[in-house]
Write a protein that binds this ligand. Structure first.
Ligand SMILES: *Cc1c(COP(=O)(O)O)cnc(C)c1O
Length: 495
């Protein structure tokens, strides 16, 4: 079955998967969504015996239907290799009936590697398939992890350039150093005086600016996106939920076909949307628990049906979730209004102009699979200490938000189905907060001393990504105001 993709904001655009990957965002500013979600055959025992790469081929070929099996296999082989520090790519760690799905074994030690190690290959394959000769310029706004993972994926990939904008002062020390030391002649990193939402909104405006588009075309270039608005990010993220389920069946933790719950620490709503797509494709998932930090706009949305970003933006210890405009929610909105692009467009226009929109009760009913809650800064740090003290297992700040919210959900509902928690970053990436939660007396130490302390505490090897930044020189120094982002692009590209 051929799956085509449509924009959430008008019915003018209907494209193949490879075209959707190339474009990133639809020309009307909408997001591409599959016209139909294919069903996965559902042989859970067969799934249990598959490698990660085999599951990736099975799931991705259901959704990216204009790629050949050979093309997808080539992309998978180049993405999921020894860049990951465990051969199984991802793994589950249990603590009393809850399984942490460790998605941080890739090159930049956050879950973004799961999709961004394959996106460059999907994109260059798509360009070749569609006879595109233009140079592809990836424009990306990052809350901390996407930037590094995207640069690692695209660095020195022929026919591509990548520009990353991150909130100066809004990311962790390790995250910033990882980005600023990135090598590659085709990469450019720029700090902005603003937060992630400012960066993301500016990038979206640049994408839909006709003058910029013309300028790019005149010099043989075109923009695309490595953010989770790109379907080429979302599809590879569906894979690991299937794989995780297979592993639970294989280990006898779940009987084939029995339901599980999934908790996801959420920012841009990409990772949890992938879990929801997996459910709609037939994966036995009952509830999707959407975990927020103190920027809890989604919690209020699920409770009231009103999305209201007019509130103060908080910098937290889980910076990759410091987001008030969760882009991928648009895809859920679209689905909940019976795929009516005019309704979706109206709501998104209202978000852009007033910062608020409200959905109908009928639409809210379509979101019953979701439960939203949040963890405060204090609860997050307590959760890191609790999990360590009771199980000797160290989790990062984002995972701790999810872990705490998972307990709140279980206590509130009494629902104790097997739970998978998406563990989205290595604790080494947020060493300061993690170590200080467990050993507050170490507060005065430097960042690298804390990394060594974390090694002592956790007994898990210091990842190569951390060793790499100890001595690497800082190569990027540019910081601009939000309104100067287009000018910086024009300058760096020389267009
Ligand atoms: C990006 C990120 C998140 C949030 O994921 P979304 O897909 O944006 O919801 C959570 N944790 C970490 C560590 C991240 O890098």
């Amino acid at each position: 079955m051929q799956i085509m993709y449509r924009s959430t904001r008008s019915s003018d655009f209907r494209v193949t998967a490879s075209q959707a990957v190339l474009q990133g965002l639809a020309p009307d500013g909408g997001l591409f969504v599959p016209e139909k979600l294919p069903r996965c055959a559902g042989d859970w025992n067969a799934l249990a015996s598959q490698t990660y790469q085999e599951t990736a081929l099975q799931i991705m070929s259901l959704l990216l239907t204009d790629y050949t099996q050979e093309e997808l296999q080539g992309c998978i082989d180049r993405a999921y290799d020894s860049k990951f520090d465990i051969p199984q790519i991802t793994c589950l760690k249990e603590t009393d009936g809850v399984w942490y799905l460790e998605l941080f074994h890739g090159a930049t030690i956050a879950f973004k590697d799961m999709a961004l190690s394959i996106l460059p290959h999907l994109m260059t394959t798509a360009a070749a398939k569609n006879g595109i000769k233009d140079e592809i310029v990836i424009l990306t706004a990052t809350s901390g992890d996407t930037g590094k993972a995207a640069m690692a994926g695209f660095a020195d990939v022929p026919g591509t350039k990548i520009i990353v904008f991150y909130p100066k002062g809004g990311v962790s020390a390790v995250q910033e150093r990882q980005m600023l030391t990135q090598r590659g002649a085709n990469v450019h990193v720029v700090g902005i005086n603003g937060n992630f939402d400012d960066a993301q909104s500016a990038v979206k405006r640049i994408f839909s600016d006709p003058e910029m588009k013309e300028r790019m075309a005149a010099s043989g270039k075109r923009f695309s996106s490595a953010n989770s608005i790109n379907i080429g990010r979302l599809v590879p993220q569906i894979v690991y939920y299937f794989y995780a389920y297979g592993q639970l069946v294989k280990d006898g933790r779940v009987s084939a076909g029995d339901p599980i719950n999934i908790t996801v620490p959420t920012g841009n709503f990409g990772n949890i949307l992938a879990a929801y797509y997996a459910k709609q494709m037939g994966l036995p998932v009952r509830k999707l628990i959407c975990a927020s930090n103190e920027n809890k706009v989604l919690v209020d949305f699920f409770r009231t049906g009103a999305y209201d970003r007019n509130r103060s933006f908080r910098l937290t210890s889980s910076p990759s979730m410091d987001i008030l405009i969760s882009s991928n929610l648009e895809r859920l909105i679209y689905q909940s209004c019976k795929e009516d692009p005019s309704v979706t467009k109206k709501l998104m226009d209202s978000l852009a102009s007033s910062g608020v929109y409200r959905i109908t009760e009928e639409m809210q009913d379509c979101m019953k699979d979701f439960y939203g809650n949040y963890a405060s800064e204090k609860e997050t740090s307590e959760e890191i200490a609790r999990v360590y003290d009771s199980h000797g297992y160290v989790i990062d700040t984002h995972t701790a938000v999810a872990s705490r919210v998972c307990r709140k959900y279980q206590a509130e509902t009494g629902d104790h189905l097997p739970m998978v928690i998406a563990s989205t970053a290595s604790p080494y990436k947020f060493a300061r907060t993690v170590v200080c939660a467990i050993r507050p007396e170490l507060q005065k130490k430097t960042d690298f001393e804390l990394i060594d302390a974390l090694f002592e505490i956790s007994g898990t090897a210091i990842p190569q990504a951390i060793e790499d930044i100890r001595t690497a020189p800082v190569l990027h120094h540019t910081v601009v105001d939000t309104q100067d982002m287009p000018g910086e692009i024009v300058r760096w590209l020389g267009i």
